[in-house]
Ligand binder design. Structure first.
Ligand SMILES: NC(=O)c1ccc[n+]([C@@H]2O[C@H](COP(=O)([O-])OP(=O)(O)OC[C@H]3O[C@@H](n4cnc5c(N)ncnc54)[C@H](OP(=O)(O)O)[C@@H]3O)[C@@H](O)[C@H]2O)c1
Length: 335
């Protein structure tokens, strides 16, 4: 089987040339765990930060030894886990960029292929979807009458945030995204009221026009301190802010991200930091609510797909450069 490793310790933002696809022995099934054939591999921004030792204190994989970590959906080949049998489909956050992965005890969840397409368990029904659901419903408590603003709105998290805000009764939901293709997706497929292209000139005026004089009551930040300041400066009094991600800062070499903190006072803002790990114990509750939305077409999916593990490095470079349109996924083995 093949897996993907780093060529050397990274000194700069990851590019495709930093990875090597190589032959590796099939791992053994761990005690209490499962051995799974990987069908779909998730590519996520946190992995880019992790590869440089910049994610939640988690170490980067050893070059030429450890495969790149990543979430996977797979078919079980062998199982020593209670309640999981060979042939079952599983999702795990503790997978890797490999054709076959060993998943430790308690790290694989059985998933239902009848409920949604299997790849959805990496996106709208996976960690990004859980992140969006937790931030929107548990932290910001978005609901009727809200005016919600989200950036990276075409992406895995942002796309779900916008749609969940709408499903929860927000009065107006506005996305911000980079370029006309992404903005088209946000409005035409996700059904948001408007999407502002921040790569167009004078996008702040476009944002004001989209708001139509209304204040933002929920701002969901995925990108940067500058975007956060732009959203917070348009916040209604006591508006809620979810600080979920800072994609534009993960590979930066200088200083930490900063906003004018006086905005928090002026706007009486409630700012929530979000770490999805805190909501892993609510995954079943999330699926109970979100899976019917996906089945009925009320929570729509958009994927940016590459086929074959050999293409994972180039597809990851695309994600690192923000060129993905929708959830970034690699089809490793087509069923
Ligand atoms: N807090 C948590 O627990 C948690 C969990 C999951 C994800 N997140 C965060 O949520 C955010 C969205 O994640 P996602 O998985 O849904 O990814 P994504 O939105 O599919 O991809 C990242 C997007 O960020 C935007 N971006 C802006 N500046 C960028 C830059 N310099 N480099 C790369 N991308 C840039 C791009 O969209 P535009 O072109 O539209 O700007 C890009 O497509 C990320 O910041 C991620 O780290 C946080």
């Amino acid at each position: 089987m093949k897996h993907v490793v780093l060529r050397a310790v990274l000194q700069a933002p990851p590019t495709a040339a930093d990875f090597v696809v190589c032959a590796a022995p099939v791992p053994a099934c761990p005690a209490g765990g499962v051995l799974a054939q990987v069908l779909f591999l998730s590519l996520d921004p946190y992995v880019g930060a992790r590869l440089r030792g910049r994610h939640m204190g988690e170490p980067p994989p050893s070059p030429n030894v450890e495969p790149i970590p990543g979430a996977v959906v797979g078919r079980v080949l062998e199982s020593d886990a209670v309640g999981i049998a060979p042939g079952d489909f599983v999702h795990s956050m503790m997978g890797a960029w490999g054709e076959v992965v060993a998943i430790g005890p308690g790290m694989a969840r059985r998933i239902d292929p009848e409920l949604a397409p299997l790849s959805a368990y990496l996106g709208v029904l996976g960690m990004p979807g859980l992140t969006a659901w937790a931030g929107a419903t548990k932290l910001a408590k978005v609901g009727s009458g809200d005016v919600a603003l989200v950036n990276a709105a075409a992406g895995a998290v942002g796309g779900s945030v916008g749609q969940i805000a709408r499903l929860k009764g927000a009065e107006r939901v506005i996305g911000i995204a980079g370029g006309p293709e992404k903005c088209g997706l946000v409005v035409d497929r996700y059904g948001l009221d408007a999407c502002v292209d921040y790569k167009a000139s004078d996008w702040p005026s476009g944002l004001d026009a989209a708001l139509g004089g209304r204040g933002v009551s929920v701002h969901f930040e995925n990108v940067s301190a500058a975007m956060l300041a732009a959203g917070m400066s348009r916040l209604s009094p006591y508006g809620r802010v979810v600080l979920c991600g800072l994609a534009d800062h993960y590979q930066a070499e200088t200083g930490s991200a900063q906003i004018p903190i006086g905005l928090i006072i002026v706007k009486r803002a409630q700012v929530h930091g979000l770490v999805v790990y805190d909501f892993y114990d609510q995954w079943d509750a999330f699926l109970r609510e979100a899976a019917p939305w996906v089945r009925d077409g009320r929570l729509r999916i958009a994927e940016d797909v590459a086929t074959g593990l050999d293409n994972a490095p180039a597809h990851f470079e695309k994600l690192m450069q923000g060129r993905n349109v929708g959830k970034s996924i690699v089809v490793v083995n087509a069923e």
